[in-house]
Design a protein around this ligand. Structure first.
Ligand code: SAM
Length: 420
């Protein structure tokens, strides 16, 4: 059973559009031509028919067609973007949406030319290619948002078990079912390891879950969250507010929209006590340079000597089959820069695997805390959790022999030049 489509067909309903634009058949044709050009599609010819008051405009392209059909009296338009081959229909779609400015848009993507497994169809599934020959197939019940930003493709869906799932470039980022496991494992072992974290930096984390957990520590005075993509934050605030739970509006939180690596390299302010790195998988290109030796060296300069860094560190069992950067290489690369490096892991149901994290510091060893110290720090700081507790703190750092062996045998230091 193949999962690759021959073409991708976006079928959209636009509500609440401006009636005069919808009656302007020439304008509609221009919009389609502009969309085709933006997506680098091969225009063969275009045509429009005016019905008074509605219109149908069509652009025939080498890859199939783009069309708009309008009902100005209802402010309604139906849009079809069907693109065969490798080019991205979402680029053309975005131009049409921007130009018609619907108050509400509903869009589904239909993969064309494949015979899908029985539950696949409409709404379309999302296929995460985990390793060669193995995919996770997510079957949403509904799409809440699909868009392509300057940096990545965003899909927010509803799922019958996982609640809402946020995908970036077809990789699940968080689900409302289990995001707290991921965020508590990412944040609390590092925060608790530090005796008194006041200044915290989060790189990535646009869904707001890591920020929410950091702010639970009463001692925190200031958190800077740096995400490259403002659209992820806007969308998370609006459509999955249960994850950030008001954290973006906390007066201690400051949001910066730029590349996390750039922020670290150019930073000249007061050093941080804790840094949490919650960026997308390094395969996405935009985040890969936040996993290299040169990046960790720059990071070390913005962290106090007793500071603690924790990064998400990929799939513990499989990541080394897919890319230069994997759980073993992240551990080894951190070890080449920091004196104390302690990997940890937690099972995250929506990822279908055990997820790795890695804590690094010059002075602080999270595994040396006693059960009582963990308990005391959580209670002094007023931290309430659902997953993390003193017993779990130590369990997170325990690895089976085969994983520790993989780290030793497959891990290596990844430098910037390895990614060029
Ligand atoms: N839980 C996640 C996972 O599974 O990897 C990470 C979630 S969080 C939504 C990832 C965030 O990293 C996104 O908001 C994305 O925009 C951000 N991001 C990716 N590359 C980045 C970079 N170079 N600098 C800052 N933020 C980045």
């Amino acid at each position: 059973m193949g999962v690759e489509a021959l073409g991708r067909h976006l079928i959209a309903e636009f509500f609440g559009c401006n009636a005069s634009v919808l009656s302007d058949s020439k304008k509609l044709e221009e919009i389609l031509l502009e969309a085709a050009e933006a997506a680098k599609l091969t225009v063969i010819r275009s045509a429009t028919h005016f019905f008074d008051p509605g219109a149908t405009s069509l652009v025939l392209i080498g890859e199939s067609h783009l069309s708009i059909h309008t009902w100005p009296e209802y402010g309604h338009a139906t849009v079809d973007v069907f693109v065969c081959g490798e080019k991205d229909p979402w680029v053309a779609y975005r131009v049409i949406e921007e130009r018609l400015k619907p108050k509400e848009a509903k869009v589904v993507e239909l993969p064309r030319g494949i015979s899908p497994p029985s539950k696949l169809g409409t709404p379309p599934c999302i296929v995460d290619k985990v390793v060669p020959g193995f995919c996770l197939v997510y079957v949403p019940t509904k799409y809440l948002r699909r868009e392509v930003t300057e940096h990545q493709r965003i899909d927010l869906v509803e799922h019958e078990v996982f609640g809402k799932i946020l995908f970036l470039d077809d990789k699940a980022q968080v689900s409302t079912f289990d995001e707290w496991i991921y965020h508590e494992a990412l944040v609390h072992p590092a925060m608790v390891a530090h005796p008194n974290p006041k200044r915290v930096l989060i790189l990535g984390g646009g869904d707001g879950g890591a920020l929410r957990e950091v702010l639970k520590h009463r001692c925190v005075e200031h958190v800077t969250l740096v995400d490259i993509d403002p659209r992820v934050i806007e969308m998370s605030k609006k459509l999955i507010p249960e994850i950030s739970a008001g954290a973006f509006d906390d007066p201690r939180a400051e949001l910066v929209f730029t590349d996390g690596r750039r922020f670290v390299v150019e930073y000249g302010g007061e050093p941080f006590d804790v840094v949490i790195i919650d960026v997308t998988d390094p395969i996405s290109g935009i985040s890969a340079k936040l996993f290299t030796k040169e990046f960790y060296e720059a990071l070390k300069k913005v962290v106090r000597r007793d500071g603690v860094v924790c990064t998400q560190a990929e799939d513990v069992y499989l990541s080394h089959y897919t890319f230069e950067i994997s759980f073993p290489t992240i551990v080894k690369t951190m070890e080449s820069v920091f004196r104390v490096v302690r990997p940890l892991r937690a099972w995250i149901p929506v990822f279908g695997t055990e997820w790795g994290f890695c804590i690094a510091s010059e002075e602080v060893d999270p595994t040396s805390l006693t059960r009582e110290e963990v308990e005391a720090r959580l209670s002094e700081r007023g931290v309430e959790t659902k997953f993390y507790c003193p017993e779990v703190h130590h369990a997170l750092f325990a690895f089976p022999k085969n994983v520790a062996k993989n780290v030793e045998e497959l891990g290596r230091v990844v430098c910037d030049k390895d990614l060029d």
